[in-house]
Design a binder for this molecule. Structure first.
Ligand SMILES: Nc1ncnc2c1ncn2[C@@H]1O[C@H](COP(=O)(O)OP(=O)(O)OP(=O)(O)O)[C@@H](O)[C@H]1O
Length: 276
């Protein structure tokens, strides 16, 4: 059994901080000594650009080629084309070609498991794989949820997310039923929290009211800050750009919460092995 944990960072609503969270959780985990692979599963390629590869269309190997090779059962070196970022995270990049692959997937065999099958070739080398999902619930996102052990849902504090959340939870239920019975929801991360208003508090209350106590809301909340918006054009994490900022501290705290989950999983795994 692989000890790697695969997490999909998912919300079909655009602009809620999925990419920013993937970068800063990924680098945060790497700073704690974890081996991390980031997957850009969005044809917009924002994660790829955010990490400094501006001209993503010129990349000859992207997630599209990796998945295409799985679909057509071609031999591939699964590590070929994985980019190495100076902050010690690896990246499978993406660009617009991923949207045409989404069409190809519709008619492919085992179409929901293509990403999972690719990750099975590389994940033994990593402690964490983080998948930055696109803002839709189409085939690529279904693949991400099928490949994942768990989901982290960034939610923008300014908006009451009831309807969108119901849709996302419906998709997660479908994935559990058909392709990934063990898929867990690790929690909801509140992002773009504006400290001057009470909206974050009312969003938390609305989330609790609507989705019960069964979905955890992370204690760490990510403040809205100009520096966090700026960093997406700098090719680095917030830790490298503005180490002492509140956003940097919030993502470091969030990383610790995610690591604590991982340790719990390791303890359960050890207890299970011991009992056998
Ligand atoms: N804490 C923050 N404070 C201020 N701006 C932020 C913060 N986090 C992210 N942003 C900015 O908000 C925008 C959306 O963030 P991000 O790209 O991470 O969201 P997303 O959910 O991945 O978007 P998409 O759905 O389009 O992929 C970006 O311009 C980003 O720089």
């Amino acid at each position: 059994m692989s000890n790697c944990k695969t997490i999909a960072v998912c919300n079909q609503k655009g602009g809620v901080g999925k990419t920013t969270t993937t970068v800063n959780l990924g680098v945060g985990l790497a700073m704690q000594g974890k081996k991390v692979l980031l997957i850009d599963a969005d044809p917009q390629g924002d994660l790829t650009t955010c990490l400094g590869w501006r001209d993503s269309d010129s990349l000859s190997v992207t997630l599209t080629e990796k998945l295409q090779a799985i679909i057509s059962e071609q031999e591939q070196n699964p590590f070929d084309g994985i980019l190495q970022h100076k902050e010690k995270v690896d990246l499978v990049p993406s660009n617009l070609s991923l949207s045409s692959l989404e069409m190809t997937l519709v008619t492919a065999m085992s179409r929901e498991s293509v990403l999972k099958n690719y990750l099975s070739l590389v994940k033994d080398k990593y402690d964490y794989v983080l998948i930055d999902c696109m803002p839709s619930l189409g085939m690529i996102t279904f693949n991400a949820l099928t490949a994942a052990d768990s989901v982290i849902i960034p939610v923008q504090a300014q908006y009451l997310p009831a309807k969108g959340m119901t849709q996302l939870l419906g998709t997660i239920a479908k994935v559990r039923k058909h392709t990934n019975a063990d898929l867990k929801i690790d929690g909801i991360l509140l992002t773009l929290v504006d400290g001057r208003t009470n909206l974050a508090k009312s969003t938390v209350e609305a989330l609790r009211e609507n989705f019960g106590s069964h979905i955890r809301i992370y204690r760490s909340m990510i403040p809205a800050a100009v520096k966090a918006a700026e960093v997406s054009s700098k090719g680095t994490s917030i830790y490298a750009y503005e180490p002492n900022s509140p956003v940097s501290k919030a993502y470091a705290g969030f990383t610790k919460e995610v690591l604590a989950d991982g340790r719990q999983k390791e303890r359960l795994h050890a207890a299970h092995e011991h009992a056998r």
